[in-house]
Design a binder for this molecule. Structure first.
Ligand SMILES: [Zn+2]
Ligand SMILES: [Zn+2]
Length: 119
């Protein structure tokens, strides 16, 4: 785990509160934050990367403010893209860029794939 990475904020927060991430996801804090997000203009009810409206998850772009997140720290991703973002975050290539930009990178890659002419 790279020093100063967004994961460190998460680890510190969980350690301080002596909870697991699963417990965090069941906490009133996360529940209320999700409601605030859904009421905000950030909520589009579609995947930020591919535009899918199915199986929408809420993803943390950064854990920098965990415990007192801004709604702008969250983003909607479909289950498929969400998995992809986390796989890239865990991969070695993730060290080369800011983790909070992972979703930007994946969207760009997908756009490139789509615009490549067949054959
Ligand atoms: Zn998607
Ligand atoms: Zn996520």
């Amino acid at each position: 785990m790279a020093k100063g990475s967004t994961w460190n904020y998460l680890k510190t927060y969980l350690g301080k509160n002596n909870i697991t991430y699963n417990k965090y996801l069941k906490s009133p804090h996360w529940y209320n934050l999700k409601i605030r997000f859904r009421k905000s203009s950030y909520c589009k009810n579609q995947c930020w990367i591919c535009g899918s409206k199915q199986n929408i998850n809420i993803h943390h772009k950064t854990y920098r403010r965990i415990g007192k997140e801004w709604v702008s720290d969250l983003i909607e991703l479909c289950r498929t893209c969400h998995k992809e973002v986390h796989e890239v975050e865990k991969s070695n290539t993730a060290r080369q860029f800011r983790l909070s930009k992972t979703h930007h990178r994946i969207k760009k890659q997908k756009r490139k794939l789509r615009s490549t002419p067949p054959g």
